[in-house]
Write a new protein. Structure first.
Length: 288
């Protein structure tokens, strides 16, 4: 019996000594998601409007009532289920693979009862000074406008649902790639976009082969006219991404989904197309 206890003690000592040597790095501040402060009340509803439909809502506690509007899935309605509850958090995931973090407190003020999160993101982009690139946010928008006026030199096109989705050109400046895309609608029904996603994937080598996906975050998404395409019309947009290249085993997939519809457009771009990128040397920032 004593011998067994001695063996157990030695094993515990070795495990403890091993664990004591493991160093756990603290979480970097830059890795923390900022929390948007919002308030909800007992006698009024707080409305959050997102750029894409809401697919998941996680509440810190049950004193917050949350409802996704059935006819407008990008609209989240919040209300207090108890008066003067303790401040908590809320996480929302949208269809464009974005996670939003909110700090929710109780307040009967109507000052912030309707918030357009899509507009909030746009304002954040305008105030953003890109850390890893030499292109300021204002010049980023001006470059996007210049790309919209460029003549097309690529012809990567996909036709679906009486729609034509095509890549007309790729341009580079100061570590960024600008993709010029055109959407043509050959039906009477207007096309209203819900989300635009860029993803790098492995090409399938076999029928049951697994495919790895790497989503890319757009730094700019700029339509020539208001977002969408009217019936029997067309529209052009520019998307800016950090510079990258692709091997022969990978491809870029561009997916433009329709809001409240199934005309989801997909376009595949090869690595050789990326290498045809042209320089932008004539774009100069405006001076006042």
């Amino acid at each position: 019996m004593k011998k067994t206890l001695m063996i157990i003690y030695c094993l515990l000592w070795f495990v403890g000594a091993a664990n004591a040597q493991v160093e756990i790095s603290p979480i970097s501040k830059s890795a923390l998601l900022p929390a948007y402060p919002i308030s909800v009340g007992w006698d009024h509803t707080t409305a959050l409007v997102f750029a894409s439909k809401v697919v998941s809502v996680d509440r810190g506690h049950g004193h917050i009532m949350a409802k996704v509007e059935e006819k407008a899935p990008n609209l989240l309605l919040l209300k207090a289920g108890q008066r003067s509850f303790k401040t908590t958090n809320l996480h929302v995931v949208t269809a464009d693979a974005r996670l939003y973090h909110f700090r929710v407190s109780y307040d009967e003020s109507l000052a912030r009862s309707s918030i357009n999160m899509a507009r909030q993101q746009l304002l954040s982009w305008k105030e953003l000074q890109l850390r890893d690139f030499a292109l300021p946010a204002k010049e980023l928008e001006q470059t996007g406008e210049a790309v919209l006026s460029m003549d097309p030199f690529l012809n990567r096109t996909r036709r679906q649902y009486r729609m034509r989705f095509g890549l007309q050109g790729i341009y580079q400046q100061q570590g960024l790639l600008f993709f010029k895309l055109q959407v043509e609608n050959r039906s009477r029904l207007a096309f209203v976009p819900e989300s635009l996603v860029f993803t790098i994937t492995d090409k399938k080598q076999a029928k049951h082969a697994s495919v790895r996906e790497e989503p890319l975050d757009a730094l700019l998404q700029q339509w020539e006219n208001s977002p969408g395409v009217p019936g029997h019309g067309q529209n052009t947009l520019v998307v800016a991404l950090p510079q990258f290249t692709l091997s022969d085993k990978k491809q870029l997939e561009i997916q433009l989904d329709e809001k409240n519809g199934d005309r989801n457009l997909r376009l595949k771009v090869r690595g050789r197309d990326i290498l045809k990128t042209r320089n932008l040397t004539d774009v100069q920032p405006e001076t006042k």
